[in-house]
Ligand binder design. Structure first.
Ligand code: C5P
Length: 223
């Protein structure tokens, strides 16, 4: 049936914002709540896919029937995703991954001494771009959260990261982006197709995304 379109498929979703430690008690983070990725994992599970959620820290419970692997840093997420990638049919990268991490992690809590401090940052690997290079038959989905030139930046990411579909959202719009229960998104496809959606709940966005994933896999296209 339409409701079990992805039965027999294996899906991996990343969600949340990675945390990059400075010392045992401090980290560099971002405002991601994890809600969009958790909604995608729920929608994939409801469509019948065996679903793994690789999650950076969030306050959210794991969706029913989804197996969650918890990670903290971008490097931990990289390892968890790459280890599972060859066995997956679908990968959705909804996590807000830190582009940089502190070059060193102090073993003890950093003490204040009244002087200026500089944090040296080194680049993290781009997980999605790496998956794009390794992709064989997998359907690969990325997200682009932008604060300016949304469609131009999103289109550039779609091609650079070799994804099958990119979900673009302007995180500065009211009702969209970080922490909000709703989102306003466009789906971009490599053939130039674009679907613009009105404001809807993150679960509705997720269900629309799962419908497109089923189309890309060639399943349920009579539904
Ligand atoms: O950070 P950026 O805007 O390029 O993120 C776009 C997409 O790439 C998102 O799907 C995000 O999860 C993914 N990404 C990643 N690894 C990174 C940075 C981003 O997988 N280091």
């Amino acid at each position: 049936s339409k409701s079990e379109c992805l039965k027999g498929k294996r899906a991996l979703v990343t969600a949340g914002g990675t945390q990059e430690p400075l010392d045992p008690v401090r980290y560099l983070g971002n405002r991601s709540s994890g809600r969009m990725g958790y909604a995608v994992a729920q929608a994939l599970q409801e469509a019948g896919a065996e679903t793994i959620l690789v999650s950076a820290p969030t306050d959210l419970p794991a969706p029913h029937g989804v197996s969650r692997m918890s990670v903290q840093t971008a490097l931990e997420m990289y390892d968890a995703v790459l280890a599972n990638f060859p066995n997956m049919d679908v990968i959705v990268k909804a996590a807000a991954v830190a582009d940089y991490r502190p070059a060193t992690r102090a073993e003890q809590k950093i003490k204040k001494d009244g002087t200026n401090r500089t944090i040296e940052l080194v680049p993290n690997p781009d997980i999605l771009a790496e998956l794009g290079r390794r992709k064989t038959s997998q359907v690969l989905i990325g997200f682009a959260a932008e604060t300016e030139n949304l469609l131009v930046n999103a289109q550039e990411k779609m091609h650079r990261k070799n994804v099958n579909l990119l979900v673009a959202n302007d995180v500065t719009k009211p009702g969209a982006g970080f922490g909000s229960p709703t989102n306003i998104v466009s789906f971009l496809f490599p053939d130039g197709r674009r679907i613009d959606f009105p404001q809807m709940s993150k679960l509705e966005v997720a269900r629309n995304l799962v419908g497109e994933i089923a189309n890309l896999l060639g399943d349920c296209n009579k539904g």
